[in-house]
Design a protein. Structure first.
Length: 330
């Protein structure tokens, strides 16, 4: 997603300060402790999904007009182990999200709209997750999507892991909505997505927990967890989102014990975070919390002095270019 020059300048300043003060994420043997995407072709990683078939593999893609490609990244090495070319989908416009459904298919959201209403329709592509990881071309099914209340920009697409229903969260600086698609997507006509809940966040991605009981959404500097509550999301609290230079993606690990947060940029980090209300080593969400480092702990659950200092500087910078508007007050 392209940003305005003023936003990029301010975010770059804050990110530079934080990068100097915050320690790099620790790496675990299984890759779920954090990793760096090393493929120079992946400079705008905008979506993230943990593979169902290949342990340690995460699917990602560039946004904007990179082409009909998705990449399988090995979290143990950060290297790309397969490049998939989608066949039969035309020329993607602004691919912003990826998710896996209970049918074992990958759902790719070509749902970005930088002008917030330029496109009267957007697309979702569906293709089977390949059983063999190698460079290959796979035919995808293309679905036409419109919103019941008119065109909008969006970067978050989530497939419920039990029902297979597709949801989209629009991206609005003042907060937006969660949109629900039809029970089954159709290739024979337009799929109308209808608003079903408000989302009080400028959303850049979202994900369902593997058991389907929780929905998380993230923005550039914060996130929110919801209990799914049979399709009537009930807010649980804020997520402890790691501070990243341009936070774009989130997914659960396959066992649901951790959240993995991705960022745009070359050599972009994918960093772990706790799962609200459950999961291995997770902490309950805090209504008063905003974002926290994934690394910088002082051993007692707090942040290191360097991290605290970085956050203080970031707060000063935020006042100058309006970062406080990215996550509205609860």
């Amino acid at each position: 997603m392209r940003r305005s020059p003023s936003f990029l300048a301010g975010a770059a300043s804050a990110a530079a300060v934080l990068a100097l003060a915050l320690p790099a994420p620790a790496l675990a043997a299984d890759g779920d402790g954090g990793f760096t995407i090393k493929d120079s072709r992946i400079a705008e990683s905008s979506g993230l999904a943990a593979s169902h078939l290949h342990p340690g593999i995460y699917w990602t893609h560039n946004d904007s007009d990179d082409g009909p490609y998705i990449y399988a990244v090995d979290s143990r090495t950060g290297e790309t182990v397969a490049t998939i070319t989608m066949k039969g989908v035309g020329a993607p416009r602004d691919v912003e999200a990826i998710s896996l459904g209970p049918d074992g298919d990958l759902y790719v959201g070509d749902i970005g709209d930088n002008l917030g209403g330029k496109w009267s329709y957007v697309w979702i592509y569906k293709l089977p997750e390949p059983k063999v990881l190698k460079d290959q071309t796979i035919r995808a099914t293309q679905y036409v999507v419109k919103y019941a209340d008119g065109p909008r920009n969006a970067e978050a697409l989530m497939v419920h892991p039990k029902t297979g229903r597709v949801y989209i969260a629009d991206k609005n600086e003042d907060g937006g909505h969660l949109y629900e698609g039809p029970a089954r997507l159709s290739t024979s006509g337009t799929n109308i997505f209808r608003p079903v809940a408000t989302i009080d966040l400028w959303v850049t991605d979202g994900a369902f927990s593997p058991d389907g009981q929780q929905l998380v959404v993230r923005g550039y500097f914060g996130g929110i967890a919801y209990a799914w509550n049979d399709g009537r999301p009930k807010r649980q609290g804020r997520l402890n989102v790691p501070l990243q230079r341009q936070g774009e993606s989130v997914t659960y690990t396959p066992d649901g014990s951790r959240l993995m947060y991705g960022s745009e940029g070359k050599d972009s980090p994918v960093q772990p975070g706790s799962v609200p209300g459950g999961g291995s080593g997770s902490k309950s969400p805090s209504e008063g919390g905003g974002s926290a480092s994934a690394g910088g702990s002082d051993g007692g659950g707090g942040m290191s002095s360097g991290a605290k200092g970085a956050l203080a500087v970031a707060a000063v910078l935020a006042a100058g270019f309006g970062l406080k508007r990215l996550l509205r007050k609860s």
